[in-house]
Design a protein. Structure first.
Length: 169
């Protein structure tokens, strides 16, 4: 228990130790003694363990907030990873679907030729008009009918004489 009296300059607080379970008895005895010394003043006191509890509650709340924000950030990361995985899976499926449907040479399923993008060699900054000129980024081989199948490795053909290479290879 801490007794507090602010007008005294030298000592504003007194620490008192009492037997466990005897807090009310100790408080009554201290209050009676205090009234003898300072009848006009009110005794102001608090228990040190309550102060420690308040500090612990603050740290506990901060710990729970850190935990909550960590869980939210992990959840956001998981959603992002799932989104990327889905995107890559769909993109890869489209590549194999175009082969399976045998439509790669049609314009809407274009698989070869020039691919366009920004002209990164021009302009001093991103907002300059030269940067935004459409240019050929790279040219992929023109789609050929043989690309629907993969070549069979020569070692497999050597092992099985009845095996025939896929058309175009």
């Amino acid at each position: 228990m801490i007794i507090y009296r602010s007008p005294v300059e030298q000592l504003s607080g007194v620490y008192i130790k009492y037997k466990p379970g005897k807090a009310q008895e100790a408080l009554k005895a201290i209050n009676a003694s205090y009234k003898l010394v300072e009848p006009d003043m009110t005794l102001k006191y608090w228990f040190q363990d309550e102060t420690f509890d308040n500090v612990y509650k603050t740290e506990s709340i901060a710990s729970n907030l850190v935990l909550a924000f960590s869980l939210v950030s992990i959840l956001i990361a998981i959603i992002g990873i799932l989104g990327l995985a889905t995107f890559n899976t769909l993109r890869k499926n489209r590549y194999f679907d175009v082969r399976r449907w045998k439509v790669a040479n049609q314009p809407e399923y274009h698989q070869g030729g020039a691919f366009h993008g920004m002209n990164i060699d021009e302009g001093n900054e991103v907002s300059s008009p030269e940067f935004h000129q459409r240019s050929v980024v790279y040219t992929r081989a023109v789609w050929e009918h043989k690309n629907y199948w993969y070549p069979i490795p020569q070692s497999e053909i050597d092992r099985n004489k009845q095996l025939v290479q896929n058309p175009g290879y």
